[in-house]
Each structure stands twice: as C-alpha cells, then as structure tokens.
Unconditional design. Sequence first.
Lengths: 535, 395
Amino acid sequence: MAASYDAIVIGGGHNGLVCAAYLARAGKRVLVLERREQVGGAAVTEEIFPGFKFSVFSYVVSLLRPEIIRDLDLARHGLHILPLESTLTPLPNGDYLAQWSDHDQTRRELARHSLRDAEAYDEFGRLMHEMARAVKPFLGMPAPDPASLKPGDLLGLAQLGRYFRSLGAEKFHALWKLLTMSAADYLDEWFETEALKATKSASGIIGTLLGPRSPGTAYVLLHHYMGEIDGVFRAWGFAKGGNGSVSAAIAGAARGFGVDIRTGAPVARVLVTNGRTTGVALESGEEVRAKLVVSGADPRRTFLGLVGAEHLPADFLEGIHRFRFRGASGKVNLALGELPNFICLPGAGPHSSTTLRACLRGAISISPSIDYLERAYDDAKYGEVSRRPYLDIIIPSMIDPGMAPPGKHVMSIFVQYAPYHVNGGWTDARREAFGDAVIDTLAAYAPNLKSAILHRQVITPADIERIVGLSEGNIFQGELTLQQMFFLRPVPAWAQYKTPIRGLYQCGSGTHPGGGVMGASGRLAARTILKGRAA
Amino acid sequence: MLRTTPFHPRTSSLCLSHAWRRWSGYVVASAYELSHEREYHAIRSAAALFDISPLYKYLVRGRDAARLLDRVTTRDIARSGVGQVLYTPWCNAAGKVLDDGTIARLDAETFRMTCAEPNLRWLEENAIRLDVVIEDVSESTAALALQGPASRAILQQLADTDLSELKYYWLTATRLRGMPVTISRTGYTGDLGFEIWVDVEHALSLWDALIAAGAPYGITPAGMLALDVARIEAGLMLIDVDYVPARKALIASQTSSPFELDLGWTVNLHKQHFVGKPALAAEARRGAQWGFVGIELEWDALEKLYAEVGLAPQLPSAAWRTSVPLYVDGDQIGYATSGGWSPLLKKYIALAHIGSRWAAPGTPVEMEVTVEHRRKRAAGSVVKKPFFNPERKRT
C-alpha cells in the first residue's frame, strides 16, 4: 500500500470504527484492518438463510453513547434505532409477567402479581435512576486510578470524590450496596414476585459466568437504568436492519472523515522495535507502517497473540493472564414460518389484539424465578450447559419487518449458560444438543415453535471465538465483573488505553468501560491518544 | 392495559368530543361536549357530574387505625369525629409532601383514605406493630362527584337521609334508591357538592338514578377540563401540576413542604409523633421559604399588551398547566403552575409559588404572557385564595 498512515486500527468492530472515526475527525490518516470480509465484529447482520437477516451475535443496541451518535452524526449515516419497549416473562403455569414502557400499565400488571411490588417498582426505579446518574459519568471518562499520584488521576478522583459527596448519604449507601451485593439479594430487598426479580436480575448475569446469587452482580442492573437516562436517544433499542447497520453507520461516518477500511486483511503481528510500535504485519506478509497502532482486539489476543510476550514486562503479562474471559453464553437464531404462539398469550398472531401483539415486539425473557436462573448457573459452574437455560428472546421481524420475507419471522435467542469450558469440549454434536435444549425450553412455552422453524443456527462460545475472535467467546471481551472493571480493566495501572509498548493503544470492550454496543471504549481511547503527545 | 372506569358504558356513549385523557391508568372524559364551557357553567349554576373513580382508595381498619393515620398524616386524626372527613397532606421524613387526599372516619376504627398516588406500600411500612388492616379498595369502589348549587336537591330526591343536616366535610352512610352508598360533602370545585362512594356492582344504577333525578335540575356530566377551571377558582392545588410529590422529585428543590403549599393549617405540631414532624417543626420556627398564592392579572395591563400589536386580549378558554415566570422589579421571584380565565369571576387568575417575602396579598407582581409570539410581562398582584368561595359551599 502506497498510502502512509498516522494510525492503524486493528479490528473493524464497533469500537475500532468509533476510535478510527474520532482519530480521523481530528485530522489523522487512519487505516482500519479487519480480518473478516465485513466490518462490525460482533455487531453484524448476515443473511444466513435466504431472505432472513440476522443480527448473528449481538442483537440489541445497548447504551450506544449519545455523544457518539451526535459527534459522528450517525443518524445521517443511516442509524435508526427502533424502540424495544416491553419485556414479557412467560411463566410455567400459563400466566405471564409483562413490563411495559407505560407506567400505569406496568403498575397494574405488577399489581396482578403483588400490590406491594407494584408500588415498590416506582421507588426502586427512582433510586436506580439516581444511582445510574451517579455512575454514568464513569462511562464518559477514563477511569482514574485511586492508587496513582499522576495529576490526571488525582484530578479525576477529586472530581469523582466531590460528585459522590454531592450524592448525599442515602444514595451513596445504596450505591455501595449495588457494588457489593448479588442481584438476587438486592432485588429481594424490594420485591417478592419471583418472575420480576428473576427477569431483572438477568441483566446482572449476562455475559458472565456468575449466577444471580453471586456477589457483585447487582451493579450491572444499573446499566438498564443508564439506558433510560439516555431515553431520548434510544440508546437502548433495536437498530433497523440489525446490529450490522450500527457498524455500517459508524463505518460510513469513519469513511466520511477519510478513514480507509480494508476487510479480509487479518493482522498477524504488531511490529515492535525498542519498545515502540512501528506498524503491523498482515498474515499475507504485507507490512503497514504507522507510529500509532490501536488494537480493538481483546487484551489476550492483543498482547499474547499480536504483540508477543517477549516485548512485554512480566508483571503486565501476569495481569493479562489473570484477566478472565469465561464465555458463558451462546445464541440460537431461527428463521420462522410463523410467529410463536405463546400459551400465556393465546392467539397472539398478526391479527390479534394490539396488546398481545405488542408483547412480541419487545423482549421475551425465560426467567420464571431466581431459583430457575441459579439452577441454570449450577449446571454451568460444573462445566455443563444449562439443562433449562435463561433465554432472552427478540423477534426482530416484529420490530423491523425488513428482517424477514413478508409474513415470515426471525427470532434471536440469547442463551445462558453455555460455558466455553464445557466438559469434554465443544463438538458439533454438543452444539446441536445445546440447540435442542434451547428449543425444548422455549417450546414448553410456545408449542408451535418446533413446527414453525425453517432454519436454525446455533452458536456456542467456541463459535464466537472462532468466527469473531473474542477470546473464550466472552461477549464483553472479558467478564464485566467488579474485579476487572474501572481502573482494573484490563490490568491495574494499564487501564487508560495505553500499553507498555509506546505507540500501541487498546480501544476494545476489554478496556474501561467495556460491554455492550456502547462505543465508549473506542471514543475514550481516541481521546486519550489525541490528548497525549502520541505518535 | 389502559382501563375504563365502572361508568364507562355510560360516559363513552355521552362523550361526543371523543376527547379523553388519562388519569392513573384509566381513561376519563376531558369534555363530553365539543367545548367544555357548558360543563363548567353547570358546576356554578346547576349541577355537574364527574366520574372520579380513578382515585386511589384504601380502607384502614383496626384498633390502631387512627394511630396509623396520625403517624403518617399531618392532621389530628384521632380527634376526628365518626362521619368527619379531613383533608390532609402527608410527608416524608424531610417534611416534604408525598401526596394529599382525604381521610373519612367511617366508624370508630374504620377510615377511608383517598389519594392521587398509590400509597399501600407506604402505609404498610408505617403500620409495623400496629393492629391495623389496610385494604386497597381502589378497584372495588366507584365514585362520582356531584357538584353545584343543585346538587343537594338532586341527591335529596334519592337519599334516605336528610342531606340538609350533612355539614361541609362530613359524610353519611345511607341508601340511594336502595343502594348502599356513602355520601360525603366534599369535592374539588369549591362549590356546594357531594361525592358518592359505591360498590362497583351498583355503579351504573347509581349513574342512571342520578341522571334521571337530576335532569329537571340540569345535571350535566362534566369532564376534566371543566373541573380544572373550577378547582383553580377554588384555589385547590393539583399533584404533578402544582407540586411535585417528593417520591417523584429528582432533586430536592422540586419538593415542597405543606407550609410552602399554603397548607400550614393542616400541620398539627401538637400531635405526638408523625412522619416529618421534626423537619416541619423546624420549618415552622424558621418560617417557610416559599408561599403558594393566588395571582390576579390586571385587565388594563393585559389589554394594553395586546393593543400594542393591534389585538383584543386573547385569553385561554381552558386552564393551562405550565410553569410561567413571575417577576418583581425585573427579577424572577416565583412561578405560576396553573392558571386561566375565570368565566365566572371575569378575571385572569393563576396559582403560583412565590418567595415568602412577596407572598402577602396585595404585593404587586408581573407575570409572563406571550402576546403574538413575544414574551411580555403583565402587571398583577398576589390575592387571597380561594378566588371563588360561595356561601353555599358551607351552608
């Protein structure tokens, strides 16, 4: 390649693209190198069965930062986030629990199960809203390290300190509880309806090999409420055209700023001379030079795969080895000839009442009780796939009819737990058995499901690792647990996008704040690079 | 699912305007006719019939029922008589208003509490170790308000008891055409009026009986738009409009104490303990920072602002409920939260929060008015509430 670049971004996932766009916006010449034939990483839309489009891996937009939507003008580049407003939890007894965007409707539905919960729901919501407001600034700033004496860290800590003091005792105490408790215990303090507690707690376990009764899982509950604060931006929703269109919009913005994007261009090595990067070598043997290299790959792939241990200090390497992935989830994508007929919503077909139909436009959660989720976790804890897994389902074609041929549907089923380290390892037979368990679980609630299936795609954590390149199939590039968040993500003292190699930065979800299709890591990495005298 | 009230089979066929609004998850008529005007005038000249079923209603019973209610509200419940109804706010520990409503003493150990917001959980939390049972009867109890000068005459034809004996803010358990009801002499219009509480099974028969008996007197089903004008004339505040309940407030400055809402008369600091008492006692010593007052604009000032652009004054026919700044000497010293034109008083009136030092009646203030897209300030003054307070309300 004749062109010369100021920066090379390894990996065209959404964070890599966001980082590249911000760097180019600031005047850098940037090249993005993507291993696969399409950009997006885990945020891709593929037509895996003719006429049926799937957000193969990640399937909702979760907390995409509003500042990125604004700065990169993503709406102009085709991003259209559609609302995902209800959550339906079908119950084994044929009843259900629904949560809607309408306050009165939700209150009345909860009151059907528990009058107390119906009222506690508002107070809980308000407190969580306040907690989310308290924590949200973390998402928009590099995490200051409390053990550091650097002026930047001290300033950041001072700001946070003042902020936490301004919260007042009540909120600070609640925040402390959120940081230390299990999701189940935290919710027990508020609610008595099992299905409500289970469905809420599920957001605390997604992507981690922990159960709802594992300490530390309460914090992640907050993420849902952070989405609410950004309500007008619909930071939480379904991207028209699937999650691939999020990546396409960011890529469009990046190209608009002059970024070159090469697909089918896997990077083999980061070139390092005297502790400083000089560019990358592709698997084809081609070398591309740049003073600045930003890796969107996860920490393990970046440092153990692309950089090589010989260039890294031992204590840092130790930290990378300790960084936990433990992929815990899989996906089942279905092409359906007709809508599932849920026992709890009889006749919820295309011509049924709007209320029933509305439930199929939102999330459907198989989480009838905390015990159910914890038992699912028990299986995984000992290396087995959950016999009765937690399922988080959406029917994208109900939200965006363009995802399937007219009258037909696609269904996305996120499944937990499917541990990466499954006893005996993942094989084709195991994958199919896993798929069967998921279908059996769901068919118990929607008996016509099996006959409606035209095609199924089953994705295990091993598949996620193989196809997308996420180590151990962890969807967050490393577990989002407290011991590896904030100033500890991915490695203590190296949590601010810099690495021991001069000129080499990280911008993936394996850095603070990580998780979901947020783009925050990519943006903060770019800001850090542009602020420093890098390159 | 948005619900309809027990009276919906009747109200829906009457609602020619198709103008509905939401109230606590129910749909109720904004106006039945194409304009709410006639409905408003029925309140002041005949009798208007309102469906108020969406109110939250709780039955509080037991040996400690009065103790519980004394613990949570600001008024002296224990000393209320059987058959008496008390209007009261209730507060959080910081002395900020959570909600307001009425407490009716049905017998020595039974009370009915009406509220704008759900309060079951909060009551239960305060009922620990008390011998009391709290029952949410919101859905099983339907309610109508019959308000206006003819209301008593209409009800009297149907009721077994002599309603001329029923005093303002008292109630009676009686029968209307054989249906067991309680009738309270209460309302939200500041006029002679009654509220009738009945089991849902009798709801439609009650409606039909009232309409039949009321027809010669001009009974008029009326919606929320008419009620809004009347309650402002009566100086009665509305939750979520005139104040933010403390449970929903996101920042402390959004909350209000009873003193700041001109409800100091409801705060009984001689009671033993009640939620918020220490904070309220301190505030009583210190003096409230805010007042909640009536504002009346000067017609001449309004007319002049419109005349400047070649228009006659254009006044809102329905009440507004937005925050409108108030000024003294060019500084903002408060804000009105609802207001409008009073067709009865022929005055432009508003309810407003205002810094205490400007809260005395007679204080001249200016209120923002938008005249042909431009913000102006019209002269007015603080006046005593209620704006309208007819003798018949109490006699």
